[in-house]
Ligand binder design. Structure first.
Ligand code: FAD
Length: 380
């Protein structure tokens, strides 16, 4: 019985490790479009200040992992189609048969439709190769525009700040992290990072980017212009679903999976940033990957095991404003109770019965994470 995994991010390699533990003799193949080296993707947005290069971010080289885990590795190989009826993959290295298939395809960065002759130069950082390009292009620059004031945009802005690079952060929303923080939390983050030197241009969209003598001129929807030597986009991620869709699998925002991680085809599973769980949730974070990988390994090894999602608070890597969030589920009934002062914000989202359903802790209040996290309910 061969299990073939497409991808070599944290989802794929965590699943490999777990599956090897559950089934020491299993035949496992990993096919990946990149070189397969294992690295921590969250470090991409806080590696600059600590002087990390793309090479030094690699934690285990692919060949070593493949040997340790007894995996057939097809690196630098792109899967172009899945034929579920014959259980065959078309790849850039020829056709491959599988018995069980796992999609660990990750997500693509969203690109804004921008005008101007500098629009194509906008970069985003979503893997090690992107990070290497970012480092090269940043060399000697001191002024960067960041598009997007979400988690990744704020983290990059703070990391650039620590590396003595000034950033201007743009967003359509009127405050940073609007999907993760209540208004008081956003205001605190905005003020803390502004006090350290980050400039915010909120409530506007960037419409065009033109090349100029020393970089770029950015024009936004208010008509204002801003100059920068590099433009970094962090406006969001979209699950990679094209392969699954063309193979006829059910796809909504992500590849739809059940409680076993199984797609609408009984021999194909999905996890990580490409998957959509529980009929509505795309969870592009590390903790859900770990939970699903552990359970899926048991299932693939022959013991069907449903994954569980305990509360999974996310640490936002903005050292000038330490932040931990565990947002309530979309549409959940309840309201924020917020205590704020100049040292921090403690925001607790409580249900109609007073139960804690979510939290956002900033500044000093982030130290209360250990005490509060156990009170949060499991997702399932
Ligand atoms: C800058 C940044 C900071 C982050 N910070 C945090 C954080 O602090 N905390 C947190 O919890 N999460 C964070 N995240 C999110 C977290 O890193 C991701 O949820 C996680 O790494 C996703 O892993 P994955 O394996 O699903 O996808 P990926 O790591 O994207 O792996 C996808 C793999 O699929 C391969 N692939 C895709 N298509 C094909 C194909 N057709 N053929 C062959 N191979 C293919 C790719 O080459 C790649 O190897 C961050 C993300 C980013 C980008």
């Amino acid at each position: 019985m061969n299990t073939t995994i497409i991808g070599s991010g944290v989802a794929a390699w965590t699943l490999v490790r777990e599956l090897r533990k559950a089934a020491p003799e299993a035949s496992i193949r990993v096919i990946t479009a990149d070189n397969g080296d294992f690295y921590s993707k969250p470090m991409l947005s806080n590696a600059l200040a600590s002087g990390k290069t793309a090479a030094s971010l690699v934690m285990t080289p692919a060949a070593k992992l493949a040997e340790q885990q007894k995996v057939e590795l097809m690196a630098d190989t792109t899967v172009t189609a899945i034929d579920p009826s014959n259980r065959t993959l078309s790849t850039s290295a020829g056709d491959v048969q599988y018995d069980q298939l796992v999609l660990a395809l990750g997500a693509d960065t969203i690109r804004l439709p921008l005008e101007g002759n500098g629009a194509a130069d906008v970069i985003s950082v979503n893997d090690l190769n992107d990070y290497a390009t970012f480092r090269t292009q940043l060399d000697g620059k001191t002024e960067v525009a960041v598009l997007g004031a979400g988690l990744i945009g704020c983290e990059f802005a703070n990391d650039l700040l620590k590396a003595n690079v000034h950033t201007t952060v743009f967003d359509l929303a009127d405050r940073p992290l609007p999907r993760l923080l209540p208004a008081e939390g956003s205001a605190f983050m905005q003020a803390k990072l502004a006090a350290q030197g980050i400039s915010w241009k909120l409530n506007r969209s960037v419409v065009r980017i033109d090349q100029s003598a020393d970089g770029y001129t950015i024009t936004d929807s208010t008509g204002e212009t801003t100059t920068a030597q590099l433009v970094l986009s962090a406006v969001g991620l979209a699950p990679r679903t094209a392969l699954a869709k063309s193979a006829g699998l059910e796809v909504k925002r992500g590849v739809v999976v059940d409680r076993l991680g199984k797609t609408s085809n009984p021999h194909i599973y999905a996890l990580g940033d490409c998957a959509e769980y529980l009929g509505e949730l795309v969870l592009p974070y590390i903790m859900p990957v770990m939970q699903v990988a552990r359970a899926m390994a048991q299932t693939l090894a022959g013991t069907p095991t449903e994954y569980k999602f305990p509360a999974m608070p996310v640490v936002i890597k903005t050292p000038d404003c330490p932040t931990v969030v565990n947002p309530p589920l979309p549409g959940q009934a309840g309201q924020w109770e917020v205590t704020a002062d100049e040292n921090g914000v403690k925001a607790l989202f409580k249900g109609p019965d007073g139960a804690l359903l979510g939290m956002a802790l900033l500044g000093e209040a982030s130290k209360e994470r250990q005490a509060l996290a156990p009170q949060l309910p499991a997702l399932i």
